[in-house]
Design a protein around this ligand. Structure first.
Ligand SMILES: Nc1ncnc2c1ncn2[C@@H]1O[C@H](COP(=O)(O)OP(=O)(O)O)[C@@H](O)[C@H]1O
Ligand SMILES: [Mg+2]
Length: 261
């Protein structure tokens, strides 16, 4: 296992009450695997993603462990957490626009990230990595894209660039938190295909968070089903679709096959 979540509970304190976002959640991911985390809105998917990067808000409380590289992420010093974020574990958000600052060009932001996260001072070296990453994520019209500002690109283009920025730092693990749910369906399937290619060609390990079983079917090797902060089932994709045991999983699959027709 490259990453192991052990008995993880996360609660948020808001003005009036505590919200238990995750309740004693356990699962792991193997090297080179694409693991799906599937669950409806509010089931705790983003809380999981933020926990792994040690990025939970200050009104949260955690119990349990997340082991990465034989170390508990929650015990990491701030310096170690900085290396964890981006360099070791990349994160792709649902809204590609939220990855970028609207008033700075893509080129400027890409360069800044390489400067701060990889400490590359030489401009030519940075450019080589930038074009190489854009190539890997199949961004066309690269020079124009680099000159652009975020709002001048489509959601699909921007998400591809966000993925390019993430893989430029050469993380071993990539977490994608509903990366296609703001895109239309054709673009969605292209991006899903891209994730598959990144795994197959570059051996990236991927946690793919979604509420969409179609995408699980197209992309994932194994699946964790989350419901109201609890793990209901961890199975290979084939087992999940053919032999669901949990009642909630069954109801998910029922509504899925109705859509499939
Ligand atoms: N910063 C926060 N403060 C208080 N409650 C939160 C916060 N973030 C998430 N929650 C609550 O935690 C639960 C899980 O949220 P989240 O992890 O965002 O689920 P998902 O990504 O599956 O939609 C929800 O009930 C949500 O309202
Ligand atoms: Mg979410």
């Amino acid at each position: 296992m490259i990453l192991e979540v052990k008995d993880l509970s996360v609660s948020y304190k808001s003005k009036l009450k505590y919200v238990d976002a995750l309740k004693r959640v356990s699962w792991g991911i193997k090297e080179g695997e694409i693991l799906g985390i599937v669950g409806e809105s509010g089931s705790g998917k983003s809380t999981l993603a933020l926990s792994i990067l040690n990025l939970l808000p200050f009104n949260s409380k955690t119990q349990g462990e997340i082991i990465f590289n034989h170390k508990n992420i929650f015990k990491a010093k701030e310096k170690e957490s900085e290396v964890l974020r981006g360099n070791q574990i990349g994160l792709i958000f649902q809204e590609p626009a939220s990855t970028f600052n609207p008033v700075l060009s893509i080129s400027y932001q890409f360069n800044e990230i390489l400067r701060s996260k990889l400490k590359i001072k030489n401009k030519e070296s940075r450019e080589k990595i930038i074009f190489d990453s854009l190539e890997k994520t199949r961004v066309r019209d690269q020079k124009r894209i680099l000159k652009s500002y975020p709002h001048q690109l489509s959601g699909g283009q921007l998400q591809r660039v966000a993925i390019a920025v993430a893989i430029a730092l050469q993380p071993t693990l990539l977490i994608a938190d509903e990366p296609t749910s703001s895109l239309d369906v054709t673009i969605e399937s292209q991006i899903v295909h891209l994730f598959k290619e990144l795994r197959d060609k570059y051996k990236l390990t991927i946690i793919f968070i979604t509420h969409n079983l179609d995408l699980v079917k197209a992309l994932c090797d194994r699946v964790v089903v989350l419901y109201q902060g609890q793990v209901r089932e961890v199975k290979t994709k084939e087992e999940l679709f053919e032999n669901p045991e949990d009642e909630y999983t069954k109801s998910l699959l029922d509504s899925f096959s109705e859509l499939e027709g």
